[in-house]
Design a protein around this ligand. Sequence first.
Ligand SMILES: [Zn+2]
Length: 400
Amino acid sequence: MTQTQNIKHKINQQNLIGLFKELSRISGVSGREHRVAGFIRSFFDKASMKIKEDDARIKTGGNQGNLWLIPNSTDLSKPVTAFVAHMDTVRDTSQSVFDINDEKIFSSVPAQLGADNRWGLSMLLNILDICLNDDENPPNIIGICTVAEEAGMLGAKSLDFSICRPEKAIIFDSALRPGSYIKNCAGMSLFECHFSGKAAHSAVDPKSGISAILMAAKVLTEMEMFPVTNGIISNIGSISGGSATNLIPDSCTINGEIRGFNQDDIRNLAQQFSEIASTKAAERGGKVRFSVEVDFEPYSLEKWPELISFTESILERAGLKPNGAVYSGGSDANVLNIAGIPAVNLGVGAQNPHSDNEFVLIEDVRSCLNMISAFYDELKEMESANSAVLMPEQSEKSGQ
Ligand SMILES: [Zn+2]
């Protein structure tokens, strides 16, 4: 690394950490991202950039739509690379106290720091800022700041691609360390079983009652024992039913999820669960209503080999060892990949997400800065190489 690059990175490190400090303490839980969007608008105030808000606010019922940050230098008729981060946090981060030592950035009081995903958002704003200050052929990039990612990627599911349909998307939203990126990601479906029995006094007339809670208990035991393979994970997250100890309960509802790396596997297990529930309910003289919905589908980047090689070359250029990881948590990358836009979610080192102990290592801050530079420089070089290839053809056509 040259001395100039060292100086450049040092300056950027201060800027990036300063930006993160400001962003991290803005209150903006899922569906309430308006203040975060306000900060972004003022950050780019007077910049040569168009900021568009799509109608995700209406579709999701929140107070903010997704923000599309489009530098004036970006030509939307040409292939565009989108950088993506989400504006929402799971918990209100406004009570966190930003602190930093030689090792890491953290909150000095028990609260979510906001590293997920304000750290990724800081990286996104930083790369666009570099673009806006580049007078020499900046790369064809945009930023997309989504809403309600933590509430089931509702913002990404409402993205308005009539504004721009990116050729590929780079997402700064994995808790993994820099160098890792998510290559194979699980999908998740949610299911609900609503059991109906028959109410009766538990002591006066117990024989005429049918307990929906006991029905659910039988079904849960069977579901737990059901053999699963191929990395499938299921969980029952909630159960509710009954109202008094002297009443045989006539209703009980269980809610659960199934995660897996193949949508057919998820669908098959849901079907098996549905059959178990019907059989066990019928055996006890009751009924069940089973419903399942896809929350997000799995993806594998093997479908986009060019994105894998692009990502790995960026990581190597940033001095990192590429690691294509298998991951069970969803992100906006699931939605974009299923929508046909090759999307990679990169490890940015926002560790222990959502907890009181969220932090970012200073070592990872440096790696993230190197990633930003690597993305920027690589895209710029690739695009100028492509236009150089086009030049002779264009010259022929114009008869020069
Ligand atoms: Zn996140």
